[in-house]
Design a protein around this ligand. Structure first.
Ligand SMILES: [Zn+2]
Length: 177
């Protein structure tokens, strides 16, 4: 596994950002799995189920006060839940289609405080406690480790910029302007 935290400085990003607002929460429909992972990367609480039907999604939206992200307006018209319509092809266009709503929603962003795989919260953990789970060179060179409270995946702060940093920076640029 690559190190997932790297040279994108937390303070550099967070200076211009509002605090994380847990009130803005989402469920992405089954067509939007990649977008869901990218939103989690920014710390946004985004549930995603590839295998539940629309009725179940509706129920979860209401029960957990979540906003449904979908491209299918017909399915959700008149159902009394909050819906953000997503358009475009691929996660970048999809993200851009809701970027304005996100900016206006007051949702706060925090890079990698949430597991991209399962939406669980990340908890800081000492290197000693993850030494069985990360490669020895990572243990030697990294000082900050996070563990997912949902699936136990371990994230760490690496030393070089990687794809995830660049993606997050690119997305945040669209949100803070
Ligand atoms: Zn997880």
């Amino acid at each position: 596994m690559d190190g997932l935290f790297t040279t994108l400085s937390m303070s550099q990003i967070s200076n211009d950002l509002p605090p994380v607002n847990c009130e803005v929460r989402f469920i992405a429909d089954s067509m939007l799995g990649t977008l869901a992972k990218k939103l989690r990367m920014l710390g946004l609480d985004t549930e995603y189920y590839s295998d539940v039907d629309m009725g179940e999604l509706m129920y979860r939206c209401k029960a957990e006060s979540r906003i449904l992200l979908t491209k299918n307006r017909k399915l959700v018209d008149g159902l009394g839940i909050s819906v953000w319509m997503v358009t475009g092809d691929g996660y970048w266009e999809e993200f851009l289609s809701i970027a304005r709503l996100l900016s206006e929603s007051g949702a706060g962003y925090k890079f990698l405080c949430r597991c991209t795989q399962c939406n669980g919260g990340l908890i800081e953990i000492s290197g000693e406690n993850v030494k069985e789970e990360v490669p020895p060179h990572v243990l030697r060179t990294c000082s900050r480790f996070m563990k997912c409270s949902g699936c136990d995946r371990v994230y760490w702060k690496g030393t070089h910029e990687n794809r995830m940093n660049r993606e997050a920076a690119r997305m945040m640029e669209r949100l803070v302007k």
